[in-house]
Design a protein. Structure first.
Length: 405
C-alpha cells in the first residue's frame, strides 16, 4: 500500500474514484427521497432502485464494448455524459417530472453496469499491486459511504435536489480531471469475433478456470444470502433489540467501520493467503457476525455488525484480484460483466424474496439461512480447492510501457 500511495498515477486514480463515489452515494438515496416527496408513493420511490438495477441486464453487451475500445476514453466519456445528464434534475418541480429522476437513475445504472474501471486497472497496475490497490479502493469507498448518504440527504433537505445535482456534476468533472492527468498505456483490442461468441466469452472463461469459477459461485451464494439481510434487519432492530427503525443508520455506520478495517487488512491477507483462503476467511467472519445477530442484546448485535462489515472486503478483494490476475486484459470487461450479472442478479432476487417473507418468517430463521449461506461459501472454497492458475501478464507488467507512462 505504501508503494502504491507513493505512485502519483495511482493517487490520482484513487482521488478521482473517491470523489466520484462521494457524489454517487450522496445522490442515490436522495433520488428516492425526492421521488417520495413529489408523489407520496412508496412504490414510486422504489422504482428508483429498479431503474438503477435494470441496466445490469445489459452487462454482457457493455462488457463487449469495454473490451473493444480505449477504456480510459470510454470512462471519461461516460462520466462527462453523466455530468450533463444529472443536470436534468434542475428542471424537476412536480410529480409529472418524476420520469426525469427515473431517467437519471437509469443512466447511472448503465454507468455502474459497465465494468470499465476494473478493466482499466489491468493495464494500469502490475500484478503485484492487484490486491493492495483493490484494498485501498474498497477502504476509501466504504469510508465515504458512512457519511455520504446522510450528507446527500442533508443537502437535499436544506437546499433542494437542484443543488445536489450541481454538486454531483462537479464530482464527475473532478474525477475526469484526475483520470485525464494519468498516462496509461492500454492493451490493444483483439481481432473481432462473432458477437454471440464475444458476449459469452466471460462466462466461458469462468468455466475454464476452476478457481475463478469457484470464487464466483461462492460469491453468488453469499449475495443470495446477503440480499435477505436488509429486510430482516429492520425486524431485528424493532422486535429483537426494541429500538426504533432509525437505529438502522447506526447499524450502517458500524458496518462501514468494520469494512474500513477489513479493507485495510484485505490486501495483505489476499497476498499472503491467496484468493481462495482469504475469501474463505471473509465468509467465516461474515457468518460469525450473522450468528451474533441472533443475540437479542445490542452488544452482541453491534459486534456482529462490525464482523460482517470486516468480512465483506476480503470476499470482494479476493474475487476482484483473481479476476485481474487470471484473465487477459482484453477479456476483463466481459469477465467483469459475467461476474457482475451473476452476483447482482442473485442479490436482486434475494431482496425481493426477503421483502416478501419478512412479514411472516421470524427474523432469527432468516438470519440462520443467511449464516448458512456464508458458511457454505467458506466450506465451498476450502474443500478440494482448485489449483491456482498462471498469472496473465499485461502491459502494466512490462517495464517499457510503464516507463513511458
Amino acid at each position: 500500500m505504501n508503494r502504491l500511495l507513493r505512485d502519483a498515477r495511482f493517487r490520482r486514480i484513487l482521488l478521482g474514484d473517491a470523489v466520484s463515489s462521494l457524489g454517487d452515494s450522496m445522490l442515490f438515496l436522495s433520488l428516492a427521497v425526492w421521488t417520495k416527496n413529489l408523489t407520496g408513493s412508496d412504490a414510486a420511490a422504489g422504482l428508483v432502485f429498479l431503474c438503477l438495477n435494470a441496466p445490469g441486464l445489459l452487462a454482457p453487451l457493455l462488457g463487449h464494448v469495454v473490451d473493444r475500445v480505449s477504456r480510459k476514453k470510454l470512462l471519461m466519456g461516460m462520466m462527462a455524459a453523466m455530468a450533463v445528464i444529472v443536470l436534468a434534475l434542475l428542471v424537476v418541480r412536480t410529480a409529472q417530472d418524476v420520469w426525469i429522476i427515473y431517467l437519471v437513475a437509469f443512466c447511472y445504472g448503465v454507468l455502474f453496469s459497465t465494468p470499465v474501471f476494473d478493466a482499466l486497472l489491468k493495464d494500469l497496475l502490475p500484478a503485484r499491486d492487484a490486491a493492495p490497490a483493490r484494498s485501498l479502493l474498497v477502504t476509501v469507498q466504504q469510508g465515504l459511504r458512512i457519511v455520504s448518504p446522510a450528507v446527500g440527504v442533508g443537502i437535499y433537505l436544506a437546499f433542494g435536489g437542484w443543488v445536489l445535482a450541481v454538486v454531483d456534476a462537479a464530482t464527475f468533472l473532478i474525477a475526469i480531471a484526475c483520470l485525464a492527468s494519468v498516462k496509461i498505456v492500454e492493451s490493444e483490442p483483439e481481432p473481432a469475433a462473432p458477437l454471440r461468441q464475444s458476449l459469452t466469452a466471460g462466462a466461458r472463461h469462468l468455466r475454464q478456470l476452476p478457481l475463478l469459477g469457484r470464487l464466483t459461485l461462492m460469491c453468488v451464494i453469499f449475495m443470495a444470502g446477503a440480499g435477505l439481510l436488509e429486510s430482516s434487519t429492520f425486524a431485528a432492530i424493532e422486535q429483537g433489540l426494541g429500538f426504533e427503525a432509525a437505529y438502522f443508520s447506526v447499524i450502517m455506520m458500524l458496518q462501514g467501520g468494520g469494512s474500513i478495517l477489513g479493507g485495510l487488512l484485505s490486501g495483505r491477507l489476499v497476498t499472503g493467503l491467496g484468493e481462495a483462503r482469504a475469501s474463505a476467511l471473509g465468509y467465516l467472519v461474515c457468518g460469525a457476525g450473522v450468528l451474533l445477530f441472533q443475540v437479542p442484546y445490542w452488544p452482541g448485535y453491534t459486534l456482529g455488525t462490525v464482523l460482517f462489515g470486516a468480512g465483506m472486503p476480503l470476499i470482494f478483494v479476493a474475487l476482484g484480484t483473481a479476476q485481474q490476475l487470471y484473465a487477459p486484459a482484453r477479456l476483463q470487461g466481459r469477465l467483469g460483466a459475467a461476474i457482475g450479472m451473476l452476483t447482482n442478479g442473485a442479490q436482486t432476487v434475494s431482496n425481493a424474496v426477503g421483502a416478501a417473507i419478512v412479514g411472516f418468517v421470524d427474523f432469527r430463521v432468516t438470519f440462520g439461512i443467511i449464516a448458512l449461506a456464508m458458511l457454505t461459501g467458506c466450506v465451498g472454497v476450502l474443500v478440494r480447492p482448485p489449483a491456482v492458475p498462471e498469472i496473465v501478464s499485461s502491459v502494466a507488467d512490462s517495464p517499457e510501457p510503464q516507463a513511458a507512462a
